[in-house]
Ligand binder design. Structure first.
Ligand SMILES: Nc1ncnc2c1ncn2[C@@H]1O[C@H](COP(=O)(O)OP(=O)(O)OP(=O)(O)O)[C@@H](O)[C@H]1O
Ligand SMILES: [Mg+2]
Length: 352
């Protein structure tokens, strides 16, 4: 197996006057409430273990206060853990000295913030070049290098504008251009699109996915929005009260929610748009005689009419190379779309 790009191991964070004095108790399972009431400390993160692979989009999702920002800020050590390890590319981030850390933040891991983090008195061009200027590049060279990214995020022609003259979506494009200009392999995005209107937000997700197809960065993306997580995540870790309660790929989480909390979490998503044929199909290498041939990455929403309209009410599933990898029936599609918490046993279908 290849080494993860970022390895988070047994990470704990406790906030309060003397976290080290209570870490043992927390590791032994003391509750959040007891920690607060009897010891005056706040739970931040509890025994986090996540391997973040290179060149993928890893989403960390959870409700407000679940510890998402606390976690992502450990990756570039804006926060020090109470105990645990943070390894990036085999290097121990926690043992880096001040200079190494500055280097790490400038060249290795760029951050994109929810509130955009732009300098209001600087133009788009100056903001986009900022990361490079901080790296020590002369201003003219920095601007020249970042121009490509201004254009790539769709802001060509706006170089001389100030942030206040731009919409939220455009401001976040500047934030993205700034992060991309530094050439950092890792992008840390803390609710980067959460302040945007739904349509603009979907646009920005598309921009990010388009860039990612080309650039293959290691992206750690924080969101409290499951639809966003499912749309862009190659893998997802779900946090609750500072602990990871499930991690896996999106298909895995939808098909096998680990507990009632996750079941509640996923109940409103559009299953037919998220679940792909490869998740539901019956593996097989022989094609059926009738029925259409469908790509294994196709979602159920697109596959359903094709299968429903076929005489056999089934389809052959193929991979990118056109090789047969399975078969799928209308019944399988329908059971995949049906939520696991829906009682199908009674005559009256009941939703929780
Ligand atoms: N400096 C701090 N001192 C004390 N408690 C803190 C501190 N920073 C965070 N916390 C606590 O840690 C928990 C997690 O906070 P965090 O900001 O990581 O949540 P979040 O998931 O990012 O939430 P949001 O979605 O609202 O941004 C919260 O209970 C918060 O009160
Ligand atoms: Mg946060």
């Amino acid at each position: 197996m290849t080494e993860p790009k970022i390895k988070i191991e047994n990470l704990y964070k406790i906030f309060g006057p003397n976290p080290k004095s209570v870490i043992g108790k927390v590791q032994d399972g003391m509750s959040k409430q007891e920690l607060l009431e009897n010891h005056g400390h706040v739970f931040g993160l509890k025994d986090i273990n996540i391997d973040i692979p290179a060149k993928g989009v890893s989403v960390i999702m959870g409700l407000s206060g679940s510890g998402k920002s606390t976690l992502i800020r450990h990756i570039n050590r804006l926060i020090d853990p109470t105990s645990g390890k943070m390894i990036v590319d085999g290097d121990d981030v926690l043992s880096m000295d001040k200079d190494q850390l500055i280097e790490f933040r400038r060249y290795k891991a760029s951050m994109v913030f929810q509130k955009f983090g732009l300098h209001v008195h600087r133009t788009v061009a100056e903001n986009a070049a900022y990361g490079l200027i901080v790296q020590g590049k002369p201003v003219s060279e920095a601007k020249q290098l970042s121009q490509k990214w201004i254009e790539r995020v769709g802001l060509g022609g706006f170089e001389g504008h100030y942030p206040s003259q731009l919409s939220g979506g455009m401001q976040q494009r500047v934030g993205l251009a700034r992060a991309l200009s530094t050439d950092a392999e890792i992008l840390l995005m803390d609710e980067a699109f959460s302040a945007l209107d739904p349509l603009i937000r979907t646009d920005m997700q598309d921009v990010l996915l388009g860039l990612q197809e080309e650039l293959h960065k290691t992206i750690v993306f924080i969101t409290h929005d499951l639809d966003e997580a499912l749309r862009i995540g190659d893998n997802i870790a779900i946090l609750r009260d500072g602990a990871v309660i499930q991690q896996g790929d999106p298909q895995d989480i939808i098909m096998h929610p680990s507990d009632d909390y996750i079941v509640d979490f996923i109940q409103d998503i559009n299953r037919s748009r998220v679940i792909r044929l490869k998740t539901l199909m019956t593996p097989s290498t022989s094609a059926s005689d009738s029925g259409p041939e469908l790509q294994h990455t196709m979602n159920l929403e697109l596959a359903l009419p094709k299968i429903a309209n076929s005489a056999s009410k089934s389809a052959t599933v193929v991979n990118e190379k056109g090789e047969v990898v399975g078969s799928i029936s209308l019944d399988q599609i329908i059971s995949g779309i049906t939520r696991p918490d829906v009682d199908t046993g009674s005559s009256e279908t009941r939703y929780r």
